[in-house]
Design a binder for this molecule. Structure first.
Ligand SMILES: [Zn+2]
Length: 104
């Protein structure tokens, strides 16, 4: 089961709890939500790039931000290009240009 599918399935259970068992199953819902968040972070997201200058007419991206927690990455320094956000653990996809659908 792909990560996206697992999230869908879990979310439908959460919706069920919200609809029927709101007060009785609070813990259960929290655990499911925790699982959704954890799996969600394993699906790579592209960082938000920002550039502040031009070189040969092209915008140069020298800053990137975690899409989840806004951790800032500075070009070629410390965490730039790391697979996971050092703050929140979000998986990051640094390849620019291709919107890859999951292939699992
Ligand atoms: Zn983060």
């Amino acid at each position: 089961m792909g990560a996206k599918r697992a999230i869908e399935e879990l979310k439908s259970r959460i919706a069920l709890i919200d609809g029927k068992y709101k007060n009785d199953m609070k813990d259960y819902k929290e655990v499911l939500q925790m699982a959704v968040d954890a799996i969600d972070k394993q699906i790579p997201m592209q960082p938000r790039y920002e550039g502040d200058g031009y070189c040969d007419g092209e915008l140069v991206y020298d800053m990137a931000y975690c899409p989840k927690c806004d951790h800032d990455f500075e070009y070629n320094i410390n965490d730039w290009g790391s697979k996971f956000c050092p703050d929140c653990g979000q998986a990051l996809d640094w390849s620019v240009g291709e919107e890859g659908e999951e292939s699992e």
